[in-house]
Design a protein around this ligand. Sequence first.
Ligand SMILES: O=P(O)(O)OC[C@H]1O[C@H](O[C@H]2O[C@H](CO)[C@@H](O)[C@H](O)[C@H]2O)[C@H](O)[C@@H](O)[C@@H]1O
Length: 251
Amino acid sequence: MGRAATPPSPSPDWAFFLDVDGTLLEIAETPADVKVDTCLLDLIAQLYRRSTGAVALVSGRSLTDLDALLGLPRLPMAGQHGLERRDMAGRLWIHAAPPAAKCAIKEALAPALVRHPELLLEDKGLTLALHYRLAPHLAGYAHRLMTRLVSTTGEGLELQRGKRVVEVKPAGIDKGTAIAEYMREPPFLGRTPVFIGDDLNDEHGFSEVNRLDGISIKVGNAASCARFRLPNVAAVRSWLATAMKGWECRT
Ligand SMILES: O=P(O)(O)OC[C@H]1O[C@H](O[C@H]2O[C@H](CO)[C@@H](O)[C@H](O)[C@H]2O)[C@H](O)[C@@H](O)[C@@H]1O
């Protein structure tokens, strides 16, 4: 991998797309263990105000989960890798998916969860995530199991790998499609998109932002098609906060 390029300082006329876990929030042992601090909520609120609303979270979590976690019911957010999306007017857009295959996979997973109680199944509504962070030695097992279930039972579904997680989701919709949808609507329309993410599911978002000649930023040093890098969550927050200080006289 070449030397990581530091992103240019952000501008208030960009469109800000932000991943959540591993980008704005530190990774925790389980999805419910993440800690949301008031500094983060202030940062998002400030960015939203100063960019005149051009901020959206683009996450693998469900919108219900994000709302419970962050308590920002008016903020545009795409959940479940773009399958559900709240726009700037608060309207909800869902990519409908037949529930039968997902239900069949959930049922088929039940014996494995009994045999390995350290595995955690997160049913997000349209997607299913099998977490093995509490049992990393089960990584191979979890991936083989989900691969087999998708190929035998999961018509119209695909696998999405992530940090100590393997998910099944309806095929063809991802964070890239969510960003493309936002970019066709105000207040995002016509702006330079920036997308910051840390995980494999963010690669679709990076590709879309690269296609639009925007700013794609990978958090961490794993392989990525993103054009820029920031080392960690603290660096993401500081990159945004420092830039906003410089915007003070402009807003
Ligand atoms: O797209 P994101 O907002 O980054 O969401 C990706 C997944 O995040 C969550 O799982 C990850 O974070 C957990 C908490 O730090 C961690 O325990 C887990 O190992 C990670 O994979 C969330 O639970 C998933 O639904 C998201 O898809």
